[in-house]
Design a protein around this ligand. Structure first.
Ligand SMILES: Cc1ncc(COP(=O)(O)O)c(C=O)c1O
Length: 454
């Protein structure tokens, strides 16, 4: 693993002349030593060690950059934040990355940016947004929170993605946007979604919180539409603890997204705070009805939030990004191992499917217990959990059945039968980079034992 610090810093270069910087170096070396003593060894004791579905994968590099950021004590967006934006943008091939404090915040910022007052043809209350019923709650929540109307369509069993054949049926005169999650890292058929959005002049947001590193037709997901969103919660492809990001190729949308993230203010100086602002005319801004000009720093042109990421989180993210290509490779490899291992049980389990143009960087391995199988989802997940193998249900299932979402204003296409199947019979196990051949072998043996005892 690459254990270098994020960028060569002046304090490290001049460590010999500066006692404070020599001490910093010593502290960081101690942090690395602490990592090696405390965390480097992850022995696997079958049955006792939990086979997690996801988790933090890190080494001394993350702990050192985090400690380095603590010693900077910048706390808010600083050198690590800038480095994180640059590196993540380079990985995705996008011009604009807006770090935030969670994937849910990324979704809120993305939808809110499209609702911005300053966006002349932006979304307005009552406009419709097409989105699937099988989803993560905070993909749907910002639609509701912005007083837009979700139009729910069904998913496909196997891919667990939006059923693109229902897009046309979902459309009305009020339809203005499509918000698609790439479920568990599995890319949606973007040929169909992009063609639909282009034909009807719709905004497109992609929730790629589970799909960092996934491509469709060789292109990173999240770059097909107007904005993509990411989560860096420990279950995801890289982690900053809590954290997330919005990304886009549009400077205009990026500026609105930053404004939504940063209290709704117009000023784009960030923390740099030059006396006359980055705009060079900080005290010359006009508020209608006010004779005197106003300070740009406190000119609020949107109704926003504060959803910013700290520099300590960004520092961890910088080190994680070095590992991302390897993480993606491991996720794919683990997926293949689990897929091959579960093929003998296809009579009772529906295994995942993906589009021929997709190259998924899988978040997890989804499985649906077939209707008529001689066991229930509860029985098989209980069996696995009793053997210390972590399982999860597929997020909300049909979210309209969830207590918090039953009464929301919405339109629905059909009866969502597949979403109900997911609610009743789908679950997932892990393929994350923290697994290894021994853990995957244990997981597959547990499935084998379950079927041997049927
Ligand atoms: C598809 C999807 N969107 C959004 C989120 C929310 O991300 P966060 O937990 O960082 O708020 C998640 C969380 O797992 C997710 O899976």
């Amino acid at each position: 693993m690459d254990t270098r610090l994020a960028e060569p810093t002046s304090h490290l270069t001049h460590a010999q002349d500066d006692p404070a910087e020599a001490l910093r170096r010593e502290i960081l070396e101690k942090v690395a030593e602490y990592y090696r003593l405390k965390y480097a060894n992850r022995p696997f004791v079958p049955g006792q060690t939990r086979v997690q579905y996801a988790g933090r994968v890190f080494d001394e590099a993350e702990m050192m950059t985090a400690a380095d950021a603590v010693l900077d004590f910048q706390l808010t967006h600083g050198r690590f934040g800038r480095e994180f934006e640059r590196k993540l943008g380079a990985f995705l091939g996008v011009r604009e990355v807006i770090p935030v404090n969670s994937g849910s915040s990324a979704n809120l910022v993305a939808v809110s940016a499209l609702c911005a007052r300053q966006l002349r043809h932006g979304l307005r209350p009552g406009d419709e947004v097409i989105t699937p019923a099988v989803t993560f709650p905070t993909t749907l929540a910002p639609i509701v929170q912005n007083r837009l109307v979700p139009v729910m369509i069904d998913c496909q069993i196997g891919s667990y993605n939006i059923d693109v054949s229902q897009l046309e049926a979902a459309r009305s005169d009020r339809t203005r946007a499509v918000f698609v999650p790439h479920t568990l890292g599995n890319p949606v058929d973007m040929d169909a979604v992009v063609a639909f959005c282009r034909a009807h002049d719709l905004f497109l947001i992609e929730d790629t919180c589970d799909a960092l590193g996934s491509t469709f037709d060789g292109r990173p997901v999240g770059t097909f539409g107007h904005m993509g969103t990411l989560s860096f919660y420990p279950a995801h492809h890289i982690t900053t603890g809590e954290g997330g990001a919005v990304y886009t190729g549009s400077h205009r949308l990026a500026r609105l997204a930053r404004s939504m993230r940063d209290w709704g203010r117009d000023c784009f100086c960030g923390y740099e705070s030059p006396p006359d602002g980055k705009c060079g005319r900080r005290f010359e801004w006009h508020i209608p009805g006010l004779d005197e000009r106003y300070d740009h720093r406190y000119l609020f042109t949107e109704i926003g939030y504060n959803l910013k990421m700290t520099d300590i989180q960004a520092a961890i993210g910088v080190a994680q990004l070095d590992k991302l290509p390897l993480f993606v490779e491991k996720r794919k490899k683990h997926f293949r191992l689990v897929y091959e291992g579960l093929r003998p049980y296809e009579e009772h389990l529906i295994l995942p499917t993906w589009h021929p143009k997709s190259d998924p960087s899988w978040f997890a391995f989804p499985i649906t217990v077939r209707t008529g199988a001689p066991f229930t989802r509860k029985q098989i997940t209980r069996f696995l959990e009793d053997r210390n193998i972590e399982t999860r249900y597929l997020f909300s299932g049909n979210i309209l059945q969830q207590p918090g979402y039953r009464g929301i204003e919405r339109r629905v296409v059909g009866d969502l039968p597949n979403s109900d199947i997911v609610l009743r019979g789908a679950f997932f196990v892990g393929v994350y980079p923290g697994l290894d051949p021994a853990r995957i072998d244990y997981l597959l043996t547990a499935f084998h034992d379950f079927f041997a005892h049927l």
